[in-house]
Design a protein around this ligand. Structure first.
Ligand SMILES: Nc1ncnc2c1ncn2[C@@H]1O[C@H](COP(=O)(O)OP(=O)(O)O)[C@@H](O)[C@H]1O
Ligand SMILES: [Mg+2]
Length: 245
């Protein structure tokens, strides 16, 4: 990061957890505007907890979260969403009995814009994911996993975010669908959207992202250019074991 460029999101010494259990033990991380950042790490290290803390679903116990220079570590989820941070949670969490289109509409519930503007947002999501347009009146819970992930990402986009956080992008999806989602994220990123993505498939994660950070037991232990991390012996051994030669 060059000296004059302020991070989009800056996290310092963040601790958080559930009841008596501490999960985040001092997370420090800076995200640059316009980048796709991958968050990788084994199961249970705290990736989802970090995203939940960033989106205000879990209270920070200590530390700072600065969003474009503003402290948000104690802000409400609705305020954080309105500031431009959207969260596509693990397991999508759609309203299963509601139609695709109503789920998309829910993503815009905080926006004070005209119906026409919201309809334009919905149409943009349909242009990106034509499958959703075909299924606009179908109950979201009856769609395939991949279609649900498209709908969840579309719902996130409906809040007109600056940063889209996606937890477990590809979990349970076919390679073809993952490719479609990756292509869509690359297009969105080219249009200016910053993205933080948790992705179990480290090869996909490092190919999609420009920067990557590795999380281990509640801390960020590595951060660097994805193109460098993919060749890092430690990363390869820990996460790409089968590919090491
Ligand atoms: N709702 C919860 N209540 C209590 N503990 C939780 C809860 N969610 C996650 N944890 C615990 O927090 C730790 C980190 O979980 P999580 O953030 O989901 O990790 P990851 O997303 O990296 O797999 C785990 O030990 C998990 O058991
Ligand atoms: Mg998780």
């Amino acid at each position: 990061m060059n000296g004059s460029e302020k991070p989009l999101l800056e996290i310092k010494d963040l601790t958080a957890g559930y009841g008596p259990v501490t999960v985040l033990w001092g997370v420090s991380l800076a995200l640059r505007e316009g980048e796709i950042t991958a968050l990788i790490g084994s199961n249970g290290v705290g990736k989802s907890t970090l995203m939940r803390t960033l989106s205000g679903l879990i209270a920070a116990r200590s530390g700072q979260i600065q969003w474009r220079g503003q402290s948000i570590e104690n802000a409400d989820p609705a305020d954080i969403l309105a500031l431009g941070i959207a969260h596509v949670p693990e397991g999508r969490r759609l309203f299963g009995a509601m139609s695709v289109e109503d789920n998309l509409r829910m993503g815009a519930y905080l926006r004070r814009v005209s119906r026409a503007e919201i309809q334009r947002g919905i149409d943009r999501v349909y242009a990106m994911f034509p499958k959703l347009a075909q299924r606009r009146n179908q109950a979201a819970g009856t769609m395939s996993g991949g279609e649900q992930q498209m709908c969840a990402i579309g719902r996130g986009l409906m809040s007109a975010p600056r940063l889209l956080m996606i937890d477990e992008l590809s979990l349970g999806l076919s390679p073809l669908l993952v490719e479609q989602l990756v292509d869509a994220l690359i297009v969105l990123n080219r249009e200016g959207l910053s993205i933080l993505v948790v992705e179990q498939d480290v090869v996909t994660a490092l190919e999609l992202s420009s920067t990557a950070c590795v999380m281990d037991r509640g801390r960020i232990t590595r951060q660097g250019a994805s193109s460098e991390l993919i060749n890092d012996p430690g990363v390869r051994q820990a996460y790409l074991g089968a590919l090491t030669h």
